[in-house]
Design a protein around this ligand. Structure first.
Ligand code: FMN
Length: 261
């Protein structure tokens, strides 16, 4: 699928075929996409644990239900538990020096191995690594960027996916030997969509002129209608909900599983 259509087609899919496993190959595509996301210092922030629903002991799985995550846990055949490795800063000087060695970071922009060792690490990065608030803020941002790639890759592979609150990670930690340095962030559920690909239509979003600004923050971004039209043709902007058949679709799906209508 073209990039713009992937981004425009992605939406949180909560109706998945519980009986259809996801091929390992497709999960690998998602993980590779996550691993290719941009990351500051080129450090190793994101960690993921992939487990099939049916391989999760029931006493662990039942701890994952929470006020925003319920039926999806029964429907999704594959779970990806996303974490920040809070030790990410430890390897950062070496990761930066790798970039210097391959001339991705060059002297033209002030970079050298000794700049990393003598200034950047001791003066800038080490203080970050020692500040829990910054450490967490950076980790959450970086893992979020990686997950975003995994979400879009899933769409490109024809899968349905949604992020979920990962509220009771202790049992998961015990059951799957999750290292102490991994901080839990989100649970990504993955499977084949049971609902129409539109999943009720593109979700409502405020306009670009509401969200973004140009030149100063008193000047809203002005959309070029020609660009907007092109993005509609290319699938980045799609038909918003509510769709006329959506209520019926959800009712029928609910009936299929004996869920409240
Ligand atoms: C970080 C994150 C956490 C989310 N957590 C939940 C969740 O716990 N339960 C849920 O049903 N949806 C969750 N969602 C999905 C959002 O509610 C959904 O993105 C929102 O409804 C916008 O729709 P879209 O993703 O289809 O564009 C989460 C999304 C993100 C990005």
């Amino acid at each position: 699928m073209e990039f713009k259509r992937v981004v425009g087609t992605r939406r949180s899919v909560r109706w998945l075929k519980p009986w259809r496993p996801v091929e390992r190959e497709k999960i690998q595509v998602m993980l590779e996409a996550a691993n290719r996301a941009s990351r500051s210092m080129n450090a190793d922030y994101p960690r993921a644990l992939v487990v099939n629903r049916d391989d999760i002991p029931e006493e662990v799985r039942e701890t994952l239900y929470n006020p925003t995550t319920s039926v999806e846990l029964d429907l999704a055949p594959t779970y990806i538990f996303w974490y920040i490795d809070m030790n990410y800063a430890q390897g950062a000087p070496d990761r930066l020096k790798e970039l210097v060695k391959q001339h991705a970071l060059s002297p033209s922009h002030g970079w050298s191995e000794s700049y990393v060792d003598k200034f950047l690490w001791p003066q800038v990065l080490k203080p970050i690594a020692e500040n829990p608030a910054i450490l967490m803020f950076m980790g959450a941002t970086e893992v979020g960027i990686a997950i975003c790639n995994a979400l879009n890759a899933a769409v490109d592979e024809g899968l349905g996916t949604c992020l979920h609150a990962f509220t009771a990670p202790e049992k998961v930690k015990q059951a799957f030997n999750v290292p102490d340095s991994w901080f839990p962030v989100w649970l990504q559920l993955v499977g084949y969509p049971l609902e129409e690909p539109e999943a009720g239509g593109q979700r409502p979003r405020k306009s670009l002129s509401y969200m973004f600004f140009e030149g100063n923050c008193d000047t809203p971004w002005k959309e070029d209608e020609k660009v907007t039209e092109k993005l509609k043709e290319e699938g980045l902007i799609q038909t918003p909900g509510p769709f006329p058949y959506r209520e019926q679709e959800v009712r029928m799906l609910s009936r299929m599983f004996g869920l409240p209508e």
